[in-house]
Design a binder for this molecule. Structure first.
Ligand code: SF4
Length: 116
């Protein structure tokens, strides 16, 4: 997962596609360990607050109507696939996830932009 400073307007997705449980599934592709998985701040229109979201920069996460889908940052360690032709591993998956779980928030936190 790579942090970026982009501020997309699209936002707030449900956790409807979260994988249940938090255990490691050997042989699966974890999006968190892919170079295309980006951490981005996202702000609802007209709102001072922003939230942390993850997006797939390879364009693999789509809603049925075709718009981009983003997910809550706090869910990223549970997002895995059987296969992805754009997956680019960034390191040992199990070790990466272990470290990531130590640092990510365990719920969807809100932030406020402070100027000055
Ligand atoms: S390219 Fe594939 S593995 Fe990488 S973040 Fe997107 S969907 Fe996940």
């Amino acid at each position: 997962m790579v942090e970026t400073s982009e501020l997309p307007e699209a936002l707030i997705q449900d956790d409807e596609h979260d994988s249940p449980g938090d255990e490691f599934h050997s042989g699966k592709i974890y999006c968190a360990n892919c170079i295309h998985c980006k951490l981005v701040p996202a702000r609802p229109e007209g709102d001072e607050r922003y939230f942390l979201r993850v997006r797939c920069a390879a364009g693999k996460w789509r809603k049925k109507q075709g718009e981009e889908k983003m997910y809550k940052y706090c869910t990223i360690t549970r997002r895995y696939l059987d296969d992805c032709d754009s997956y680019e591993e960034m390191g040992d998956t199990r070790e990466f996830l272990r470290e990531l779980k130590r640092t990510i928030p365990n719920k969807d936190e809100q932030y406020v932009l402070v100027s000055g």
